[in-house]
Design a protein around this ligand. Structure first.
Ligand SMILES: [Zn+2]
Length: 309
């Protein structure tokens, strides 16, 4: 199962306790999944198609709970979905359906389709969350935790896309809108927004998965950073030791190490004896032990003598 299907499955199983929220959720779902057909004077059908059985069941049960409607449910093989099952709901009986669609803000009183997000159904925060959940169930996609963050909701009309972006913004969630061939896409590529949006919709299991994955990635990045910086330190130390050896040998050949002061000579001999030791280790070999910075300064003075040659 794809991560998107998993998230939709989780969201579809959520039962909003309040009627206001269930109305909002159903409205968004039908707006995204449904297409209205006026089939002759006595039959409006609302045809919805979903690949996801849990989503189809959700629409079915919401229609029944909220309006006592029993839509006709058909399972079809959709060529568009490469032969996958497609769950279709049909609503008939003009008068009642028109009434229902009006209550759901899908049709206005003149039976014209309403575009965009219904302000009436999204007044409260609980309903906004339910509305976004419905929209995601209808047209959402979310990238799997191990991929770069991406969450999008695809809609047919720009009013709906702008409406969803504004609705998210009202709750501190930033979504962008872009036009694709024949639809509009409301999306975010930020991990923060992806997680916050899913949490707002109520997909807590998905949020946990994303967070644990993000934490894991962060840890791995931190380990890599440390390994890299230790490697870099090590390389720098090796380079420095090479330079020190070269300088000591130049002084040895040109002047002889006996011309150095006892303090410098001691460090120079230690370096020759332990070419790969760190300065700290060199300091520890000397009696009495020298600090790392004392070793460093003595080696620096030898290098100055060498470069003056
Ligand atoms: Zn509500």
């Amino acid at each position: 199962m794809s991560f998107t299907s998993e998230v939709k499955d989780e969201l579809a199983r959520l039962q909003a306790p309040r009627r206001c929220c269930r109305m909002a959720e159903l409205s968004a779902l039908m707006r995204l999944e449904g297409s209205l057909h006026l089939r002759g004077p006595h039959r409006i059908t609302l045809h919805t198609e979903s690949e996801n059985a849990a989503v189809a069941r959700k629409m079915f049960s919401l229609l029944r709970e909220l309006f006592l409607l029993s839509p006709e449910l058909r399972v079809e093989k959709a060529p568009r979905l490469k032969g996958h099952n497609c769950y279709c709901l049909f609503l008939g009986e003009e008068a009642q359906v028109a009434q229902v669609l009006n209550e759901l803000s899908l049709l206005d009183h003149a039976m014209r389709p309403v575009m965009g997000v219904s302000p009436r159904l999204t007044r409260r925060p609980c309903c906004s969350a339910a509305y976004l959940r419905g929209a995601f169930l209808g047209g959402g996609y979310v990238s799997k935790p191990e991929s770069p963050a991406h969450l999008e909701i695809n809609v047919r009309h720009s009013e709906m896309a702008e409406g969803l972006a504004r609705l998210s913004e009202r709750h501190g969630l930033e979504m962008h809108v872009t036009r694709k061939r024949d639809f509009f896409c409301v999306y975010t590529k930020s991990r923060r927004e992806q997680i916050d949006l899913l949490a707002f919709m109520g997909a807590h299991r998905a949020v946990l998965r994303l967070q644990s994955d993000a934490v894991f990635k962060e840890m791995r990045a931190e380990v890599n950073r440390r390994v890299n910086s230790e490697t870099a330190n090590l390389e720098r130390a090796v380079d420095a030791a090479q330079r020190q050896l070269r300088d000591i040998k130049r002084v040895q050949e040109a002047l002889g190490l006996e011309t150095l002061s006892p303090a410098l000579r001691e460090v120079a001999l230690m370096r020759l004896e332990h070419p790969e030791a760190s300065m700290q280790e060199l300091g520890a070999c000397i009696h009495p032990p020298l600090s790392k910075s004392a070793v460093y300064h003595r080696l620096l003075r030898i290098s100055r003598i060498a470069s003056a040659l």
